[in-house]
Design a protein around this ligand. Structure first.
Ligand SMILES: O=P(O)(O)OC[C@@]1(O)O[C@H](CO)[C@@H](O)[C@@H]1O
Length: 666
């Protein structure tokens, strides 16, 4: 409903938090601070295509008013009552006051805002070792006390008197209350913390144009009869892709154009992971890994001046620039440009790579890299996989020979052990990831905690028919295996498929791979053929598996699919209908690797004990994740495991690839 909407509201909130954490320096201090911020900002945002997500000031919960110019990302007010109100001039960043309900306050047109913040913070930090910055409770200046467990990044209390005090359990994020004096409060080990927050926020938003949900202008609080979390434009015929909700949120459009939560998707959500925090893993990927990759690709081929110029432009853009629309020559058919438009390009073009969802930024980077090398043609470089030399080198490596030779010994084992060995081969094969190795040379040190942090393998086997029962007795069993990396991960994936076919535990297998090179080593159809040839050429038990798969491909028991959505920068919750139907038809879908896991559960700061079954409830059939942990997102841990990991001293357990999980939702 195009039109004009005026929203006004006042919210009061109070949060009291306290906590005790333990481990290592001693700091004591009491800070008192008072900040009054008054901001008036006016701006004009012109959007094409509508899509306006509504304000959702839930009952009893404060909401954010963000007087920003231009790009305004998500505000996530804290669980309970917290508020976020930042009259910043210039680039607005996400304010993640706590895990909790997200609210998008996007295409604000004219906004007035007033925030009063009053804070009292007291804290005690005990540290051992490391470099400790002196206590600087400067007179007249408050300072931040951050009782956090694990990694604690920078705190930047505002110029003047501001304070930030966030006793979060789990990973702490930067709290950038304002540009100003920075203070590093790093590896805190023993921490006691108490925070009292009292907030008053008032604001008004005027919006014009776009699609605005009817009759939901909150006054003080949301009306209970306004539960619609977004408004959709019409579905794009034939694609099944949803239009409307903010990309990457997991919401989807119903056929009528209204937004519905995916069936059974939990209403509770968590902040989307961004790459905007210096020192964090996602930030490192954008700021370091991507430029390193561009240089590596640049050196690996004798590109001509045009391609070199394009690579240099990407190098300049990817670390410090903004997301740019796909150029007209990026896609001769135009189909991919349309897809990217649906996948969020219109919403994110012009924004810093660091301010859009990390999953989106990374995925888009690979699309741009392929443009730069001329992959989508026309021209001599059309279809040339820039990562192929590295993938082939890995297939030819002596380690691969050793792994294939070890298969000969497997035949001696009882079936159950062989099945387990092949499942674990496929699971840990996920560590063989070329992109990951580029920035994680330290990975490999095993920690004190069990390497497998969740193991639902029994549940996985219970989904498949018992060995020896034929399809005539129980109907055909189909395995969908959504592959991840080529080379030394794809080989054990194929071996697992071959074994399950041989054992009669599956009758058909559908192997999903990427339609084009992606995340350095992700498998494409060409990589499947390379791996298959490698198996056949290896001789022994490996060759027997290779020949079995070859035959199964020729008689249709194994098929390979390269769906465009496999390279989408979005979570699987946004998958199109044809892919959904594929997964729905499978007896079980096994998703391999870190990236697939991020897309399966949504790339969000879930508390690690969030139920895996709940966050994957939208998936159209039984689903299993086999993943080594190489990025921050994780769900489905039990509290004991999480505590043991946090206490283990392995600060990078989420990202180092030293731990793995097998999680299943039946
Ligand atoms: O999906 P994969 O191959 O297991 O991992 C992909 C990965 O290397 O790429 C991302 C960072 O670039 C992280 O999700 C992860 O570390």
């Amino acid at each position: 409903m195009p039109g004009l909407i005026v929203r006004r509201g006042v919210a009061l909130g109070l949060t009291v938090r306290n906590g005790v954490a333990s481990r290592l320096t001693v700091r004591r201090g009491v800070a008192r601070g008072l900040t009054v911020r008054i901001g008036v900002a006016s701006g004009l945002t012109v959007r094409r295509g509508g899509r306006v997500s509504p304000d959702r000031p839930a009952r009893g919960r404060a909401w954010a008013v963000r007087p920003d110019w231009g790009r305004v990302p998500l505000d996530r007010p804290a669980r309970g009552c917290a508020w976020a109100d930042r009259p910043e001039w210039g680039r607005a960043r996400a304010d993640r006051l706590a895990r909790g309900r997200a609210r998008a306050d996007r295409p604000a047109r004219v906004v007035l805002g007033l925030t009063v913040r009053i804070g009292v913070a007291s804290g005690l930090t005990v540290r051992r070792g490391g470099r400790v910055s002196p206590d600087r409770p400067a007179r007249g200046r408050a300072w931040a006390v951050r009782p956090d467990w694990g990694r604690v990044p920078l705190d930047r209390p505002a110029r003047g008197c501001a304070w930030a005090d966030r006793p979060e359990w789990g990973r702490a994020r930067a709290d950038r209350l304002a540009r100003g004096r920075a203070r590093a409060d790093r590896p805190a080990r023993v921490v006691l913390g108490l925070t009292v927050r009292i907030g008053v926020a008032s604001g008004s938003t005027v919006r014009r144009g776009g699609r605005v949900p009817p009759d939901c202008p909150a006054r003080g609080r949301a009306r209970p009869d306004c539960p619609v979390p977004g408004v959709c434009s019409a579905r794009s015929p034939g694609t099944g892709d949803a239009l409307g909700p903010p990309p990457g949120t997991g919401d989807a459009c119903g056929p009528t154009g209204t937004v519905t939560r995916m069936a059974d998707t939990p209403s509770v959500t968590a902040p989307v992971i961004l790459g905007d925090e210096p020192g964090s893993f996602p930030h490192g990927v954008l700021a370091e890994r991507h430029p390193a990759l561009v240089r590596q690709v640049r050196d690996a081929f004798p590109f001509g001046p045009e391609r070199l110029r394009a690579l240099d432009a990407l190098l300049a853009s990817c670390a410090d620039g903004v997301v740019e629309p796909l150029p007209a020559d990026a896609d001769p058919t135009g189909r991919d440009r349309d897809r990217w438009a649906r996948w969020g390009m219109d919403a994110y073009a012009g924004r810093s790579w660091y301010d859009v969802p990390w999953l989106w930024a990374e995925s888009h980077f690979y699309r741009r890299l392929l443009d730069a090398v001329g992959y989508f043609g026309p021209g001599a470089w059309q279809g040339v996989d820039p990562f192929r030399p590295a993938k082939l080198a890995e297939l030819d490596a002596p380690e691969t020979d050793e792994e294939l030779a070890a298969l000969d010994g497997l035949d001696e084992l009882p079936t159950e052990e062989r099945t387990r060995a092949l499942l674990h081969g496929s699971l840990w094969g996920n560590r063989a990831d070329l992109g990951f190795r580029l920035s994680d040379r330290g990975a490999g040190t095993e920690g004190a905690v069990e390497a497998l942090v969740a193991d639902d393998s029994d549940a996985l086997w219970s989904l498949l028919p018992a060995p020896g029962t034929g399809p005539a007795e129980r109907g055909p069993a189909t395995l969908c295996l959504v592959a991840d990396n080529a080379g030394r991960e794809l080989v054990p994936d194929l071996l697992l498929v071959s074994h399950l076919l041989a054992e009669g535990r599956v009758d058909r297998a559908v192997l999903h791979v990427k339609p084009y090179p992606y995340y350095v080593s992700d498998a494409t159809p060409t990589d499947v053929l390379d791996a298959l040839r490698r198996l056949v050429a290896a001789g022994g038990a490996a060759a027997a598996h290779g020949e079995r798969l070859w035959t199964a491909l020729t008689d249709g028991r194994v098929t390979v699919r390269a769906h465009p959505f496999s390279c989408a920068p979005l979570p699987y919750a946004d998958m199109p209908d044809d892919l959904r139907a594929d997964f729905a038809a499978a007896t079980v879908t096994v998703l391999k690797g870190d990236l697939n896991y991020r897309r399966l559960v949504g790339d969000r700061w879930w508390p690690p004990t969030t139920s895996f079954a709940r966050v994957t409830a939208y998936f159209p059939g039984p689903v299993a994740a086999l993943r080594t942990l190489k990025s921050d997102v994780v769900t489905g841990l039990d509290a004991k495991t999480e505590a043991a990991l946090d206490a283990s001293g392995e600060r990078r357990w989420r990202t180092s690839g030293t731990h793995a999980l097998i999680q299943v939702r039946s």
